[in-house]
Design a binder for this molecule. Structure first.
Ligand code: PLP
Length: 372
C-alpha cells in the first residue's frame, strides 16, 4: 500500500535544520537578532514600506491588533461566519461582540453585499479573512471601511504570499495579521506577524508582546501597560527566515497542484469545486463541498473511508455560529446560511508543496470511486 497522504505537511529542509542547530549553539534562544532579521526579511518581502512585528501566533496578533485599534467592551466587530474560531474568539476575549456576516458560496469570503446591513453605531472594525489564500475584494472592503469609519484588521492567516492586483497581501492596508502555524503556507512552528503602515502601532505591538516594556533613552526598563508575553523565539525566527526564502516556490507549487485538481475533477458532479481565483491565489487549502445529507453519509464516515484508502481529509471549518460558545451566546447558524452549508459540507483535500502530480491523481481516483 502507498504511504498515507496527509491533508497537509510542512516542508522543512536539511539546510533549515542545520541553521536552527546553529541558533541553539549560539546560546541566544529567546528574542534576539534572528527575530530582528526575520522582521526585516518580512518587511522587505512586503515591499519595504511597512512595519512588521512577529509574535507567537496569529491569534495573539489579532488580539493585540484589535486592542491597539481601541476595540473593547461595548464595541462590535464584523467577522465572516466562515473562518477558524480564532477570528471571533479574539473579539470575544476583548469583551467586544462579533457580528457575523455570511460568505459568498464561490469564494467563501465575506459577502460584501451584506456588510452594510450589519453595521450599527457600535461597529468599530471589520475583519476580512482571505479564505484559503484567495484575497477579499480589497478595494470594495476598504471603501466600506472608509464610508463607515471602521478600522480593518485583516485575518491573513491563509494569505502569506497571496496577491491582490499584483500587490502582496500585507503590503498595504490597516493591520494585517499572518499565521505561521505548521499547517499554513509557511511556518515558524507556532508564530504570527502583523504588518502595518503605522509606526506608532508597531511600537505598541513591540511593547504589547513583551510585558508592556519600553526602554528609555538611558536604556532603563519601564512598563507602560500590563502587556502580554507573546514574543517569538530566535529558534522559531530562524525557521521563518528559511521558510520565507522558499515561500514563493511553495506557493507556485500549490498553484500548480490546484490546477491539477481542477483538471482531474473537470466534469465531476459529485462535489462543488472552489473558485479558481487568479495568479494571486496562494492555495492554502483546496476544498470541495459534498452534500453528505443527500448521500445519507456522514462526513466522519467519509473521512474514515478515505483514511482507510491512505488519504487524509480535513475539515476547515464548522461555521463559527454553530460552535457551542457562540450558540450559547444566542447566535443562530441559520442566520448565515451559506456559511452553515459550507460548514456542513466542506472537506479539505491533501495539498502541500512536497506532493507529486501522481498524489493528486490518486486522491481524485479514490474520491470518484467513493462518491460514484
Ligand atoms: C490558523 C488560523 C488562525 C490562527 O492562527 P494561529 O497562528 O494558529 O494563532 C486565525 N485565523 C484563521 C483563518 C486561521 O486559519
Amino acid at each position: 500500500m502507498k504511504p498515507f497522504l496527509p491533508f497537509t505537511r510542512p516542508s522543512i529542509d536539511e539546510e533549515s535544520i542545520a541553521a536552527v542547530a546553529e541558533v541553539f549553539r549560539s546560546g541566544q534562544l529567546a528574542s534576539g537578532p534572528k527575530v530582528k532579521a526575520f522582521e526585516g526579511a518580512l518587511a522587505a518581502y512586503l515591499g519595504g514600506n511597512r512595519h512588521v512585528r512577529v509574535m507567537t501566533s496569529a491569534t495573539a496578533g489579532l488580539e493585540m491588533a484589535l486592542e491597539v485599534a481601541g476595540i473593547g467592551a461595548g464595541h462590535e466587530v464584523i467577522v465572516p461566519a466562515m473562518s477558524f474560531a480564532a477570528s471571533a474568539n479574539v473579539v470575544a476575549r476583548l469583551r467586544a461582540k462579533p457580528v457575523f456576516v455570511d460568505i459568498e458560496l464561490s469564494t467563501r469570503n465575506i459577502d460584501l453585499d451584506k456588510v452594510s446591513a450589519a453595521i450599527t453605531s457600535k461597529t468599530r472594525a471589520i475583519m476580512p479573512v482571505h479564505f484559503c489564500g484567495l484575497p477579499v475584494d480589497m478595494e470594495r472592503l476598504y471603501g466600506l471601511a472608509a464610508q463607515y469609519g471602521l478600522r480593518v484588521v485583516e485575518d491573513a492567516a491563509h494569505a502569506i504570499g497571496s496577491h491582490y492586483r499584483d500587490k502582496p497581501i500585507g503590503s498595504f492596508g490597516d493591520l494585517v495579521v499572518f499565521s505561521f502555524h505548521p499547517n499554513k503556507n509557511m511556518t515558524t512552528i507556532e508564530g504570527g506577524a502583523i504588518s502595518t503602515g503605522d509606526a506608532m502601532a508597531a511600537e505598541l505591538f513591540e511593547q504589547y508582546r513583551f510585558h508592556g516594556i519600553k526602554r528609555n533613552a538611558a536604556g532603563e526598563v519601564d512598563v507602560m501597560f500590563p502587556g502580554a508575553k507573546s514574543n517569538l523565539t530566535d529558534v522559531a525566527a530562524q525557521v521563518g527566515i528559511d521558510q520565507l526564502r522558499r515561500l514563493d516556490g511553495f506557493n507556485a507549487r500549490r498553484r500548480a497542484l490546484a490546477a491539477r485538481y481542477f483538471d482531474e475533477l473537470d466534469g465531476f458532479s459529485g462535489a462543488v469545486l472552489p473558485a479558481r481565483g487568479d495568479a494571486g491565489h496562494s492555495w492554502h487549502m483546496f476544498q470541495l463541498l459534498i452534500d453528505f445529507r443527500a448521500r445519507g453519509m456522514t462526513r466522519p464516515a467519509f473521512q474514515k473511508i478515505m483514511a482507510d484508502r491512505g488519504i487524509g481529509i480535513g475539515v476547515h471549518y464548522p461555521s463559527i455560529p454553530s460552535l457551542k460558545y457562540y450558540r450559547d451566546q444566542g447566535y443562530r447558524e441559520e442566520d448565515t446560511p451559506v456559511a452553515a452549508r459550507v460548514g456542513r459540507e466542506t472537506v479539505t483535500l491533501p495539498l502541500f508543496p512536497a506532493m507529486s502530480d501522481d498524489d493528486v491523481a490518486r486522491v481524485c481516483h479514490e474520491l470518484r470511486d467513493v462518491l460514484t
